[in-house]
Write a protein that binds this ligand. Sequence first.
Ligand SMILES: *[C@@H]1O[C@H](CO)[C@@H](O)[C@H](O)[C@H]1NC(C)=O
Ligand SMILES: *[C@@H]1O[C@H](CO)[C@@H](O)[C@H](O)[C@H]1NC(C)=O
Ligand SMILES: *[C@@H]1O[C@H](CO)[C@@H](O)[C@H](O)[C@H]1NC(C)=O
Ligand SMILES: *[C@@H]1O[C@H](CO)[C@@H](O)[C@H](O)[C@H]1NC(C)=O
Ligand SMILES: *[C@@H]1O[C@H](CO)[C@@H](O)[C@H](O)[C@H]1NC(C)=O
Ligand SMILES: *[C@@H]1O[C@H](CO)[C@@H](O)[C@H](O)[C@H]1NC(C)=O
Ligand SMILES: *[C@@H]1O[C@H](CO)[C@@H](O)[C@H](O)[C@H]1NC(C)=O
Ligand SMILES: *[C@@H]1O[C@H](CO)[C@@H](O)[C@H](O)[C@H]1NC(C)=O
Length: 505
Amino acid sequence: MTFSKLLAAFTAAALLSTVSADSVCPTILNPSYDYPIVGEGWTAQLIASGLTSPRRLLFDSNGSLLVVEAGKGIARLTLTDHGGTCLVVADKTTIVSNTDLNHGLALSTTPSILLASTADVVYGYAYNAASGTVVGSPKTLVEGTGSSGESADLATRSILLSQKQTLTLVVARGIDSDSDDLAAIDESAGLGVVRVFDLSSLYTTTSTSSVIPDNPFEFSTASSSVSTILGWGIRHAAGLAEHPVTGGIFSTENSVANATYNGVDVHMTNPGDELNYHGTLNSSVSVSSPGGSNYGYPRCFAVANATSLTGSSLSIGDQFSMTQNSTLNDTTCAADYTPPTLTFGIHSSPQDLLFSSDGTTAYVALHGSDGIESGYAVGSIAFDNTTGLPTSASSSSSADFLTNILSNKNISKCPGNCFRPVGLAWDAAGRLYVSSDTTGEIYVLSRSSSSASTGTLVTTTASVASPTATATAAAGNAANSQFQHSTAVLGVAVASIAMALLIVV
Ligand SMILES: *[C@@H]1O[C@H](CO)[C@@H](O)[C@H](O)[C@H]1NC(C)=O
Ligand SMILES: *[C@@H]1O[C@H](CO)[C@@H](O)[C@H](O)[C@H]1NC(C)=O
Ligand SMILES: *[C@@H]1O[C@H](CO)[C@@H](O)[C@H](O)[C@H]1NC(C)=O
Ligand SMILES: *[C@@H]1O[C@H](CO)[C@@H](O)[C@H](O)[C@H]1NC(C)=O
Ligand SMILES: *[C@@H]1O[C@H](CO)[C@@H](O)[C@H](O)[C@H]1NC(C)=O
Ligand SMILES: *[C@@H]1O[C@H](CO)[C@@H](O)[C@H](O)[C@H]1NC(C)=O
Ligand SMILES: *[C@@H]1O[C@H](CO)[C@@H](O)[C@H](O)[C@H]1NC(C)=O
Ligand SMILES: *[C@@H]1O[C@H](CO)[C@@H](O)[C@H](O)[C@H]1NC(C)=O
């Protein structure tokens, strides 16, 4: 190597490090537990901590991140965007104080209304996105969705505003208690039901400052001219989503914890949690098949592991009856109830579902369950964006249809010492945000420039390359230039250039 070439190489290296130095993230947070594993093709970073049980997330039209802090209210976070996964919380303001808010969040742009749920009410707040504040006191839009005093897992009400039908709100109410499961056998009780409501009659004008009459719908008895049932026999639908191309509505059902099969305890292998398909909304009060049908609870449950249902000839995704008699058995489960579209792992506790804008992928936040090592991850599911349905057959196991993009290294350390995902949201730049309620945190995930690249978590000490299923990450991966947000990695890179120069000289 000639001296001039050497000089050119050195100059290039110096330029590279200058560019990297400019992009050093001013604030990098480290998880206090084992660093999560990031899926291939993604880079992740922890960007917020110290929140109070953060649940649902969404971005407003001004680019602020709204967060439900369960037991506290709604916070607005403004983020300074340094590019990539480097986002720094510039300001955090509580814009709604209400200790009963615990999960649901939705935003309508015309009129500008922020919706949020407690165990028994869905509220609508007039919202000013430019100032990031709510105006006046909230209106009650839907009431009678339950009562406080339910266990925290059951007291959440997922809400979803359709992007296809104007001012059309989907609300999910689960059962009140596992010891009262038979109450859900009658759809009119409004337990284990997903319903849709036409909110347009509740708004007098479409302006932000519109006066909204406080004349709420009753969840289980609203008139058929303004509401219809999207599904029932659903123990607890903690997540709802609408396919962006077809408008198909999906719910994620959290199933029972203590299943038996013909007298044998099978709770460590069955049932699976469910992805249920509810058809498309034709209007607020009309839904296509299988919308409106019964999905099985408390009679029939999704098979997650057929082997442990001794004597049955069922497959994953079929539904089983815990006991068999002449009127209720595995055969009647198949004949009389709508099965899941996909079956998640046992007690993986899907809390949120979010589609990519092209409708080819759904992301799911699996909160995981106390005492059972399942879930505790954010996964992706491939969809066909023409049919609006998963590409995998309903008989696939979750190990086959789910690809983890953010997961805990050792779920034996959960639930105490790991992240537990709940809410998912996109920002305008197409980055994915994930809340973790038990750790009070928010992560951001960004697609790496090369989809085959090793998943990477940005931390202060080094950008940690995640091991993959097919290959063990080489130690050197951490020094890849695209991950040089961290000064430590930069130092190593500059040092190795200097060493290379020494050797050549
Ligand atoms: C958000 O609102 C502020 C204040 O009105 C404005 O200065 C800013 O440009 C807005 N940002 C975006 C991304 O809309
Ligand atoms: C499951 O637990 C609930 C609440 O303790 C109980 O009422 C129900 O009978 C149990 N079911 C089975 C199949 O053991
Ligand atoms: C949608 O609504 C229109 C008008 O009410 C009706 O003619 C049509 O059959 C409906 N389609 C479905 C799939 O429900
Ligand atoms: C299914 O259950 C059987 C019997 O309990 C067990 O041996 C097997 O490991 C389970 N399979 C999976 C994938 O968990
Ligand atoms: C299951 O129920 C159906 C409908 O009542 C009945 O015809 C059938 O004999 C039952 N099967 C068993 C195994 O009991
Ligand atoms: C079958 O079991 C169900 C659930 O326990 C019960 O409601 C029904 O009465 C039983 N049918 C017969 C014929 O025993
Ligand atoms: C379906 O996905 C493909 C691949 O991303 C995309 O090119 C196409 O535009 C999508 N279709 C619609 C209707 O969004
Ligand atoms: C996973 O965590 C458990 C509980 O802390 C621990 O006993 C086990 O050794 C860990 N496994 C690995 C592979 O680190």
